[in-house]
Structures are given as C-alpha cells and as structure tokens.
Design a protein. Structure first.
Length: 276
C-alpha cells in the first residue's frame, strides 16, 4: 500500500540546513539533490586545484560561493514544500536514508580536501596570544595557517607555527632565522647569519621593557651552528619574545605550518593583510 504524506516546509528547511540536497530528497526531487551535490563538489574540486583558500580574497570567495549554494538549495526546498497536498512517498524518502546521506556528507572522503572550511588538517585558524610578534601581529588577531609538508619545509625569514619544545602543550608563532647548518651570532641586538648582518626591518626592540634576565637573555649570543634537522627561531618583538635564545634550536618535526594572512583583527585595516 502506497504511503502518502504532506511535505512540511519546516522539515524541508531543517534537512536542508543539516546537509546539502537533503531538502530536495525530502520533497521527492532526487534529480535536484544530485544536481546540487554535483555543483557543490565541482566547486570544491576547483577550489582545491587552485588552492583558493591560500589568500584572504580566495577564502572570502569560497565562503560566498558555498553560502550561495547552500542558501539557494534551502530556498528551493522551501519552495517545493509549500504545496498543501500530500504526495506519494518513495523508497528514498525515509529518515534512515536522510541519516545515511548526512553521515556520508560528514565523511572526510566525501568532499575533496580543499580549505579551512573542509580540511582542518591542511588549513587552520590560530589566535595570537601575547605581544612577541608585534607589530607584525597584534594580540588577539586570528591568522590562517597552511600546514607544512615534505615539499614546503620552513624557509629562512618566514613566519612559522610550531609546537613548544620540551614544555607545555601549546603552539608558538615565531620567525625562522636560521636553517640547519647555518651559523648564528647576535651582537648588540644585531643578528649575523653565516657571518653576514641580517636585514630585519620587521624587528622591534622595547628598551623600556624586557622579560626577567633569567628568562630573556638580551646580551650577545654565539656564534653557534644550528644542528642538522633543526631551526633557530625568534619573535619580531625581541624583548618580549621567548624563543631560540632561551630554548636553543627547534627540531623540524615540531613545525606545524605557515601563517598566510590575518583573518580577523580588532583593527579592521589589518584584516586580510598577507603575512611575510
């Protein structure tokens, strides 16, 4: 015996919000559900191939397009569910089918791994705590990080997020000063890399403030050679930074990723600023 039921707009809305295309399945429109999912997947494929999330403009474009697809699918489901007459239910119009589709969409293998919104292993958002990187980064700003990989290890002069060596389980954001095998020396607050004075326009010194002497050695350091597989890191705000001057070189496996741009800041003028 065929089962007939009215479609309820509220149910169509909730299912659409739960998963892309679920509202269309609920309304008995499988072709629309497939089309919406194909459109969704095609966009994320293109986003992944072009590494769209690697820039602030790309991240905003991804958010805009995905939001538009989601809202359009939701509006379409509400429109189709407005008819007051009951419709004949198909085999796929069952709660367990909706649950199965929802679970499939939650699977990391359902969508290509593309960005911060779909692949937290490749991209992550980090909030800045403290002033060790000021003025490059201000306290409470949020940055987007791309994970390091075998083909893109830390490079000299760039920013990096790393696990704190030999201490509490927390992450630090510092600048890579020296690479494995480099010779580092600090004289009168000036860094020499392999015998050459390092040009550091990003550095800030606060002569009126420093961490306790036991914590913040502001005197000369080295020369020392960075061990194989290790890196020397420092904060841009040198007198407020706890870094390789205190805990020496950092093993390469502790590095997590490279911050790309400012995602949020209390100063709106800094939002979207690329980090170098």
């Amino acid at each position: 015996m065929a089962l007939w039921k009215k479609r309820r707009p509220v149910a169509a809305l909730l299912l659409s919000l739960a998963g892309i295309g679920l509202g269309q399945l609920y309304n008995g429109r499988p072709a629309k559900a497939i089309a919406v999912n194909l459109c969704w997947t095609a966009f994320f494929l293109a986003s992944g191939l072009t590494d769209l999330i690697s820039t602030f403009a790309g991240a905003m474009a991804e958010l805009l397009v995905t939001g538009s697809i989601y809202l359009s699918a939701t509006a379409d489901a509400l429109w189709d569910a407005r008819y007051p007459l009951p419709c004949r239910l198909r085999r796929y119009q069952r709660w367990y089918v909706y649950a199965a589709v929802f679970a499939l969409q939650l699977s990391p293998d359902f969508l290509p791994s593309t960005g911060i919104f779909t692949n937290p292993l490749s991209y992550r958002a980090y909030r800045i705590d403290g002033l060790s990187m000021f003025p490059t980064l201000a306290e409470n700003e949020t940055v987007v990080m791309r994970a390091f990989g075998p083909q893109n290890p830390p490079r000299q002069g760039e920013l990096a997020i790393l696990a704190f060596p030999g201490g509490p389980a927390e992450d630090y954001l510092k600048r890579v000063i020296g690479l494995p095998g480099d010779r580092i020396e600090i004289r009168n607050k000036t860094v020499f890399l392999n015998g050459t004075r390092l040009n550091e326009p990003y550095v800030r010194h606060e002569d009126g403030f420093s961490l306790p002497a036991a914590v913040s050695p502001r005197d000369n350091l080295g020369p020392l050679t960075i061990p194989a597989g290790c890196f020397f890191v420092m904060g841009d705000n040198r007198d407020r930074s706890y870094d390789s001057r205190h805990f020496q070189s950092v093993e390469g496996f502790r590095f997590k990723g490279r911050p790309l741009y400012v995602l949020w800041s209390e100063d709106g003028r800094r939002v979207g600023r690329p980090l170098r």
